[in-house]
Design a protein around this ligand. Structure first.
Ligand code: SF4
Length: 330
C-alpha cells in the first residue's frame, strides 16, 4: 500500500541512515549536480523490495539537498514507486496519476478525453510539480506512460535510481521528458546514503532481478537479470548498520537464496552466518526464497546459528505438478 516517508533530516547524521554522514554526503556531492533546495514527495506501492528501493531513492535525493515532505501540496517533485505484480496496484498508480489531470488541463497540456478528477489538492493545482513514475510499472510500461498520462515527465526503473538527481536536473533545465529504463547493467544498486525508516530493522538488497522464467511473472522483464552484490560490500554495510544501532538485518532479493557472490568468497548460507556474526546484529532474516535453490546448507545454517531466525518465506505456489508445470516453476 502507499506509504509516505517522514522527513527527519537531522537523522542524516545519525542512526536512521547508513554511511551516514558528512563523508557520504560529501562523496555524493562530488559526483552529482549542485545541491538543491527543492522538495520531494514519495509514495510507495508493493513489496519490501520496493519499500527498500524507496529508502534508497530518498537517500539519493536527501544527499542532493532535497527535503522530503509528507504532502504533494508542498512538493516540487512527486514520485510514485510502483508495483505491477498485482493488477490492482498498477491500477491504483494510474488512478493516482489521474488526479493530476486537472493541473495538466490548467497548464494547457494535451490530456486526452477522459474526464478530469477533482481530488488533486488546491495548492498543488496552482503549480507544475515534476511528476515521476518509478519501479515496476515504469519499467514495464516505459514511454507508454507519457501517452497515458502526458503530465508525467520522468519514468525510471529500479536499475537507474542512482541517476535520479541527474534526470531531475535535466527536467529543471528545460527537458520535457526523461527516462531511465536500462536494465542491461551489472551494477547492483548501492547508494552512499539510504534513508531507512525503521530504527532497528534494516532491509538490505543482496541480489537484484531474476533469471527464472515463471510463466505468470513480470519480474525478469521489470527488474532484469540476476545481479548479486559482493559479500565484502554487503558485510561492510552490515557493519555500518550495526554501528548505527540496528540489531536486525533482512536480506532482500526476488530470489534471495539464488545469491551468487561475484567474488566467489561466500555461498548464500555462508553469507547468512557472516552477517549473523557481525557484532551487534541479533537477528537475520531473508526474503524471498526460491524452492529450487533452498539447499541443505541453508537449513544447516538456520539450525546452527541462533541469530538466523527460524523464519522462511518460501512461495511454493502450488501442490499440483500439473499447475507447477504450467507455471514453469522448475
Ligand atoms: S522466481 Fe519469482 S521473481 Fe523469478 S520469475 Fe519466478 S515468480 Fe518471478
Amino acid at each position: 500500500m502507499g506509504k509516505a516517508f517522514d522527513i527527519r533530516l537531522a537523522q542524516l547524521a545519525g542512526a536512521g541512515v547508513v554511511a551516514s554522514a558528512p563523508e557520504a554526503v560529501e562523496r555524493a556531492n562530488q559526483t552529482a549536480p549542485n545541491l538543491t533546495s527543492g522538495t520531494f514527495y514519495l509514495e510507495t506501492f508493493g513489496c519490501q523490495m520496493n519499500e527498500h528501493d524507496s529508502e534508497k531513492v530518498a537517500g539519493v535525493l536527501l544527499s542532493r539537498g532535497y527535503k522530503q515532505v509528507e504532502s504533494v501540496d508542498s512538493a516540487d517533485v512527486i514520485l510514485y514507486n510502483t508495483c505491477s505484480i498485482r493488477e490492482k496496484a498498477a491500477q491504483k498508480v494510474f488512478s493516482r496519476l489521474g488526479e493530476w489531470r486537472p493541473v495538466a488541463v490548467a497548464a494547457g497540456l494535451q490530456t486526452g478525453n477522459a474526464s478530469p478528477r477533482a481530488s488533486v489538492p488546491q495548492a498543488a493545482a496552482n503549480r507544475q510539480p515534476i511528476i515521476g513514475v518509478l519501479g515496476c510499472v515504469a519499467q514495464q510500461e516505459g514511454e507508454e506512460i507519457f501517452k497515458r498520462a502526458p503530465w508525467v515527465s520522468l519514468v525510471c526503473g529500479s536499475a537507474s535510481y542512482r541517476k535520479l538527481p541527474q534526470l531531475i536536473a535535466q527536467l529543471e533545465a528545460g527537458h520535457r521528458r526523461v527516462t531511465g529504463l536500462n536494465t542491461d547493467t551489472d551494477e547492483t544498486f548501492e547508494t552512499e546514503i539510504t534513508r531507512r525508516d525503521n530504527p532497528w530493522r534494516a532491509y538490505l538488497t543482496i541480489i537484484e532481478g531474476c533469471d527464472k522464467a515463471c510463466s505468470y511473472c513480470v519480474v525478469p522483464f521489470t527488474r532484469g537479470p540476476e545481479r548479486s552484490r559482493t559479500s565484502d560490500s554487503i558485510l561492510s554495510e552490515v557493519r555500518q548498520l550495526a554501528d548505527a544501532g540496528y540489531t536486525e538485518v533482512q536480506l532482500l532479493g526476488q530470489t534471495v537464496n539464488s545469491y551468487a557472490d561475484p567474488s566467489r568468497k561466500l555461498r548464500f548460507s555462508d553469507l547468512l552466518v557472516a552477517v549473523a556474526d557481525v557484532p551487534g546484529i541479533r537477528r537475520v532474516r531473508f526474503t524471498t526464497s526460491h524452492p529450487r535453490d533452498f539447499t541443505k546448507d541453508i537449513v544447516d545454517a538456520i539450525n546452527s546459528v541462533p541469530a538466523i531466525c527460524e523464519h522462511v518465506h518460501l512461495p511454493v505456489q502450488s501442490g499440483s505438478t500439473k499447475v507447477l508445470t504450467a507455471m514453469a516453476r522448475t
